[in-house]
Design a protein around this ligand. Structure first.
Ligand code: 3HC
Length: 281
């Protein structure tokens, strides 16, 4: 299928980043969220990001206009007109399983349903639909307009044609794609989140302060951000959720979430989005 129109479900940080990237890459884009307020917040984030990139000469005036022309909706019905659906809703398994069943009912036959999930099994999401061959993971990285990786997750039933089509879309979006098998945390979060968890354990033990830990990883390992600052960017609730998936699905205590991570999430200290995490914002 010739993919021209992409429907993005979710207007949060990942959804609006994906919508923006698709629009500036020449796709017609519709971005959906459950409430008008969320959709408008997503639109505003896109306008701000596109203006910043245009100012730096990284987007043409035409691309900036394309980002501004993204259509928004609070209904799923528009999925019927899309050639590709990319789901970037809240990382809640029940919500996503139900959403994939709904998307399957509305989308045209043959349309690929992709999920930006960071840890939910693509094989399981696919099994709840009538088109398991056309379900795939498209895992983007925050901030989506800047990060050039696309982790493509192949479920047990994902068809070769689906993988090829998604690799083409990824290339058009300017991303370097790596195809991985469906496994807890895929590759990215299986490696990243235990590293962040280890940094939290070291912080909890008082081995060094947050700035010290982050400086060691920035200057010693050339990471663009230290693990604790990155946890604040990702969201501590998201890191905890992924660690819980790894711990449960591998049944291995090496993935046990740090107690401090649990406490901070319970206290509502989620990182940048709540203005407080390992740092204050
Ligand atoms: N759109 C446009 N511009 C943006 C932007 C966005 N969405 N986000 C940041 N920028 C801009 C900043 O405004 C800044 O502009 P300025 O120089 O004019 O002020 C510029 O990018 C550089 O930002 P900073 O100076 O604040 O910091 P850095 O040079 O360190 O770059 C970064 C920021 C690109 C976020 C870099 O720190 C980085 O690569 N960090 C690591 C991010 C990362 O690891 N992401 C993956 C998270 S894991 C994930 O997403 C998977 C999930 O499943 C958990």
């Amino acid at each position: 299928m010739d993919i021209k129109h992409i429907f993005v479900v979710g207007a949060g940080t990942m959804g609006n980043g994906i919508a923006q990237t698709a629009a500036v890459s020449g796709y017609r884009v519709t971005m959906m969220d459950v409430a008008e307020e969320q959709v408008q917040r997503g639109k505003a984030a896109i306008d701000k990001s596109a203006a910043k990139l245009a100012e730096k000469g990284k987007l043409t005036a035409e691309q900036q206009a394309a980002a501004g022309a993204i259509t928004t909706t609070t209904e799923l019905v528009g999925v019927a007109e899309a050639d590709l659906v990319i789901e970037a809703a809240t990382e809640n398994p029940e919500l996503k399983f139900k959403l994939f069943q709904d998307l399957d009912e509305v989308a045209k036959p043959g349309v690929i349903l992709a999920s930006n999930t960071s840890s939910i099994s693509i094989t399981k999401l696919a099994a709840g639909t009538g088109r398991p061959g056309e379900v795939i993971g498209m895992h983007f990285f925050n901030p989506v307009p800047l990060m050039t990786l696309l982790e493509v997750v192949r479920g047990s039933a994902t068809a070769d044609a689906t993988v090829s089509a998604i690799l083409e879309v990824g290339a058009q979006m300017g991303k370097t794609a790596v195809v991985v098998k469906d496994s807890p945390g895929f590759i990215s979060n299986r490696i990243l989140c235990p590293m962040i968890n280890e940094a939290i354990l070291a912080f909890e033990e008082g081995i060094a302060d947050a700035e010290g830990i982050d400086t060691i990883m920035r200057l010693g390992m050339a990471h663009p951000m230290g693990p604790l600052a990155l946890a604040d960017l990702i969201g501590l609730d998201v890191v905890l959720f992924i660690m819980e998936v790894l711990h449960r699905d591998f049944a291995d205590d090496k993935y046990k979430p740090a107690e401090l991570l649990r406490q901070m999430v319970a206290a509502g200290e989620l990182g940048r989005k709540s203005s407080k995490g390992f740092y204050s914002y």
